[in-house]
Design a protein around this ligand. Structure first.
Ligand code: 5GP
Length: 350
């Protein structure tokens, strides 16, 4: 056993120090970035925020809405070939913003092959809760061999050495985060995790050294957190909870005591496992929770709130473009970041 005494940081532990700036208004800030990917050598330009590949947020309706802001969506892995075929026919212009997701089972590989035969998608999201296994790395190698021209995002991990291994094994983008998610209970159930801000800083450094990218996945609760993730070096940021509860999310609006909600559950929760596998296998514990999120109408207003917040962050530090944000950031350690006398910034504010 060993103990690391360095303090690792989360979003709530820091604020971004303002800097003298020549920017006049936040309208001068561009949030578009252009990336060239390590393995495919292709480029992509857009606002690098991704809706999470969860049942609730990884929907075609979400992809449709986010694509108009040049943002991406990782579609949930349970969509069928027919679902994809129909969507591709009706919305060919949205496909450049879509990730097709899969885990590491043979059935999921076969389904991916079928989907890619009908719709040539630009991005693949190879997603498991624990990206540290040999089996995961060999699945990634296999995927890279099979799809040399498709950008592969793989995860999740939280340490630099594993980021390097995944990039060398075929990932263009490595997804970072173990345990920070809004409906995740991994830390309670297993005691495993890594404070998300430090994970992003360390993993981005490792990835950039090899010409790869990282996607910060989980733990953002406010637009300020999304800005901090980019400031820490994240190339992409993935959001679940912040995009939950909208019209574009799956599930019906439910009414309880005169208030409207939508159901949002973790992909390893009992609810997800029962829905997709009929039951929770005896050998595993549920590592996700289910919540009723207040219903929030169309996602557009939330998106504008997030993008407006990040633009404002950029003006505070004098970054004309999102790309410059991390270079111009000094984080300061704080003991308190928000005044919560009134309603905290949360999905409950409306
Ligand atoms: P959020 O933006 O809601 O804080 O985090 C979203 C992320 O939480 C997802 O992209 C995924 O990585 C993670 N996640 C989703 N469902 C579960 C779950 O049931 N258990 C765990 N451990 N993580 C989850």
């Amino acid at each position: 056993m060993r103990i690391e005494y360095d303090i690792k940081l989360d979003f709530k532990d820091v604020l971004i120090r303002p800097k003298r700036s020549v920017l006049k208004t936040r309208a001068e800030v561009t949030l578009d970035r252009e990336f060239k990917f390590r393995h495919t050598q292709t480029t992509w330009q857009g606002t690098p925020i991704i809706a999470a590949n969860m049942d609730h947020t990884g929907t075609f309706a979400m992809a449709n809405a986010l694509s108009s802001h040049h943002m991406l969506t990782a579609l949930d892995k349970f969509l069928t070939v027919d679902d994809w075929k129909k969507f591709a026919k009706d919305h060919p212009n949205v496909l450049p913003y879509c990730f097709v997701s899969l885990g590491i089972s043979d059935a999921e590989f076969e389904r991916l092959e079928e989907v890619m035969k009908v719709v040539k998608l630009p991005f693949i999201c190879l997603d498991v809760a624990n990206g540290y296994t040999e089996r995961f790395v060999s699945c990634l190698e296999h995927l890279r061999e099979k799809y040399p021209d498709t950008v592969i995002m793989a995860g999740n991990v939280v340490t630099g050495e594993m980021v390097e291994e995944l990039i060398l094994s075929g990932a263009d983008i490595v997804k970072i985060g173990i345990g920070p998610g809004s409906v995740c209970t991994t830390r309670e159930k297993t005691g495993v995790g890594y404070p998300q801000l430090s994970a992003i800083i360390e993993c981005a450094d490792a990835a950039h050294g090899l010409g790869g990218q990282v996607c910060a996945d989980g733990g953002c609760a406010t637009p300020g957190d999304v800005a901090k993730a980019f400031a820490a070096g994240a190339d992409f940021v993935m959001l679940g909870g912040m995009l939950a509860g909208h019209d574009e999310c799956s599930g019906e609006v439910i009414e309880e005591n005169g208030r409207k909600y939508k159901r949002f559950y973790g992909m390893s929760s009992t609810e997800a496992m029962e829905r997709h596998h009929g039951t929770v296998a005896d050998y595993r514990a549920s590592e996700g929770r289910s919540v009723n999120v207040p219903y929030r109408g169309p996602v557009k207003e939330t998106v504008l709130d997030i993008l407006g917040g990040i633009r404002s962050t950029c003006t505070y530090v004098g970054a004309h473009r999102l790309k410059e944000l991390s270079k111009r950031t000094t984080f300061i350690r704080v003991a308190r970041q928000l005044n919560e006398v009134f309603v905290p910034y949360s999905v409950d504010k409306k």
